[in-house]
Design a protein around this ligand. Structure first.
Ligand code: NDP
Length: 449
C-alpha cells in the first residue's frame, strides 16, 4: 500500500508538471488516482504495463480557430477544442461545452472523467470532450448558427459515427446540436448518428433531454433505498436551472420530493412552497423558451432571491448540484451537513471540491459522485446511437426503463466495487475502480498502443 501510494503520487506529480496551469484537470486526476490505490495493489500487472501512465494522457487533442460574423457584421474569433481521451472500449463519446470559462484544462478534466463514466454505463463508449470559449448568452439565433457552422467547419474532419460522437453540455442544447448537425450533414453529405441530443424528427431519442436529470434522481433514489428511505416529503436543494436541473426537478416532483432551490450564474432562489405545478411550468418556460434569468421566478412568485449566491445555506435533506464544477466548497459542504443533509447526488461534473467530498464521506452522507450519478445522459446518448444504427426509434417507456436499469446497475457496480476494494459505502472509490477496471483490461488486451 505504501509503495503503491508513492507510485500514485509520482504519477500525479508528473501530471501537474506536464500540464501546467490546468487545475481542474489536476483535480480530476487526483480524485481518480487516490481512489485507485487498492485496485493497483490487487493488480500489479497494471503497473507493469504502465496503464496509469497511459490513461492520464489523452490519445489526441485538437485546438482550432473559430471565426464568425455577428449581426452587425463584426468579426469575432473564438477557440475550439476536442480532446479524444480514450477509445479502448468504444468510439470517443462526450459533450461539447460553450462557455467563456472554457480552456484546455476544463476540456481535459471533463474528457478524463468521461472515460470512467462511459465505462460504468456498461455500453461500448470511449471518452472525449470538446467545446469553445464562445458564450451563447445574449447572442441571436443567427449568431449562434454562424458560430456553430464555423465550429463544425473544422470539427467535422475529426468525428464520425464510429470515431467520435459529440453531444451537448453547458451552453449546448437542442438548438446548437441542430446547427452543428446541419453543417456536418452538408459538408459530409452523410446522414449518420454523428451527434447525439438530436431532434426527434431527425434521429434523436425520446428521453435524451430528460436523461441526465432523471438518471441522477434514479441514482439518488437507490442511495436513499440503501438507507431505508425514499424521496417522499424530502426537501431537495437543486442548483443550476439548465437542462440537468430542469429534469432533476421534474423527476423529484414525480417521486414525491419537494425541490426548494434553483440558481443560475447571477444568483439563487429559495421557494419553500416547492417548485411544482404552475411554478414548475413557469420555470420551464422561462428557461427553455424565453431564455430568461432565475431572478424572474422570484419576482413572479414573491420568494427570496439571493444575488451572486449558491443555494447551499438552506435546510434540506438532499442536495443535487446541477450547475458547474467546484460549486460546493468545504464551507458549503459543512453547512449542508450541519443542516441535516443525508444525501448528495452530483448532476453536474465535479461540482464538489475534494475537501467537500471528504466532509460528506466523513459525516456519513450518501454521496453519489458525478461519474456515476450523472451517467444517465451519456447512457441515453448511447441508446440514441443504437437506435440510429438500427434505424429504429424506441418508445418513451422503453428508453426510460433502460435508463432506469442502467442507473440501478451503476449504483450496484459502484457499491460492490467499494465493498470488494476495502471501502464499503464509498461510492467515489467504487465508481472509479469499477469504471477503471474495464478500460484497463481492454488496454492490456490491445497491447501497447
Ligand atoms: P446548461 O447550459 O443547460 O445549464 C447550466 C446551468 O448552470 C445554468 O443555469 C447556468 O447558469 C449554470 N452555470 C453554468 N456555469 C456556471 C457558473 N460558472 N456559475 C454558476 N452557475 C453556472 O447545462 P447542463 O444543464 O447541460 O449542464 C450542467 C452540468 O451538468 C455541467 O456540469 C455539465 O457538465 C453536467 N452534465 C450535463 C449533461 C447533459 O446531458 N447535459 C450530462 C452530464 C453532466 P447561466 O445560464 O447563468 O450560465
Amino acid at each position: 500500500m505504501v509503495i503503491t501510494m508513492s507510485y500514485i503520487d509520482s504519477i500525479y506529480d508528473k501530471v501537474v508538471l506536464k500540464n501546467p496551469g490546468e487545475k481542474e484537470f489536476h483535480q480530476a486526476v487526483k480524485e481518480v488516482l487516490d481512489s485507485l490505490v487498492p485496485a493497483i495493489d490487487k493488480h500489479p500487472e497494471f503497473k507493469k504495463f504502465k496503464i496509469l501512465e497511459r490513461i492520464i494522457e489523452p490519445e489526441r487533442q485538437f485546438m482550432f480557430r473559430v471565426p464568425w460574423v455577428d449581426d452587425n457584421g463584426e468579426i469575432h474569433v473564438n477557440r475550439g477544442f476536442r480532446v479524444q481521451f480514450n477509445n479502448a472500449i468504444g468510439p470517443y463519446k462526450g459533450g461539447l461545452r460553450f462557455h467563456p470559462s472554457v480552456y484546455l484544462g476544463i476540456i481535459k478534466f471533463l474528457g478524463f472523467e468521461q472515460v470512467f463514466k462511459n465505462s460504468l454505463t456498461g455500453l461500448a463508449m470511449g471518452g472525449g470532450k470538446g467545446g469553445s470559449d464562445f458564450d451563447p448568452k445574449g447572442k441571436s439565433d443567427n449568431e449562434v448558427m454562424r458560430f456553430c457552422q464555423s465550429f463544425m467547419q473544422e470539427l467535422f474532419r475529426h468525428i464520425g459515427p464510429d470515431t467520435d460522437v459529440p453531444a451537448g453540455d453547458i451552453g449546448v442544447g437542442g438548438r446548437e446540436i441542430g446547427f452543428l448537425f446541419g453543417q456536418y450533414r452538408k459538408i459530409r453529405n452523410d446522414f449518420t448518428g454523428v451527434l447525439t441530443g438530436k431532434g426527434l424528427d431527425w434521429g434523436g431519442s425520446l428521453i435524451r433531454p430528460e436523461a441526465t436529470g432523471y438518471g441522477c434522481t434514479y441514482f439518488v433514489q437507490e442511495m436513499l433505498k440503501a438507507r431505508g428511505t425514499d424521496f417522499k416529503d424530502k426537501m431537495v436543494a437543486v442548483s443550476g436551472s439548465g437542462n440537468v436541473a430542469q429534469y432533476t426537478v421534474e423527476k423529484i416532483n414525480q417521486l414525491g420530493g419537494k425541490c426548494v432551490t434553483l440558481s443560475d450564474s447571477s444568483g439563487s432562489i429559495y421557494d419553500p412552497n416547492g417548485i411544482s405545478g404552475e411554478r414548475f411550468d413557469f420555470f420551464m418556460d422561462l428557461k427553455q423558451n424565453r431564455r430568461g434569468r432565475i431572478k424572474e421566478y422570484a419576482e413572479k412568485f414573491n420568494v427570496d432571491y439571493f444575488p451572486g449566491k449558491r443555494p447551499w445555506e438552506v435546510k434540506c435533506d438532499i442536495a443535487m448540484p446541477s450547475a458547474t464544477q467546484n460549486e460546493i466548497d468545504k464551507n458549503d459542504a459543512q453547512k449542508l451537513v450541519d443542516n441535516g443533509c443525508i444525501a448528495v447526488g452530483e448532476g453536474a461534473n465535479m461540482p464538489s471540491t475534494l475537501e467537500a467530498i471528504d466532509i460528506f464521506l466523513e459525516a456519513g452522507v450518501s454521496f453519489g459522485p458525478a461519474k456515476a450519478a450523472n451517467a444517465g445522459g451519456v447512457a441515453t446518448s448511447g441508446l440514441e446511437m443504437s437506435q440510429n444504427s438500427l434505424r429504429l426509434a424506441w418508445t418513451r417507456d422503453e428508453v426510460d426503463q433502460r435508463l432506469h436499469g442502467i442507473m440501478v446497475n451503476i449504483f450496484k457496480a459502484s457499491r460492490d466495487a467499494a465493498d470488494k476494494y476495502g471501502a464499503p459505502g464509498n461510492l467515489v472509490v467504487g465508481a472509479n475502480v469499477a469504471g477503471f477496471l474495464k478500460v484497463a483490461r481492454a488496454m492490456m488486451a490491445q497491447g501497447v498502443i
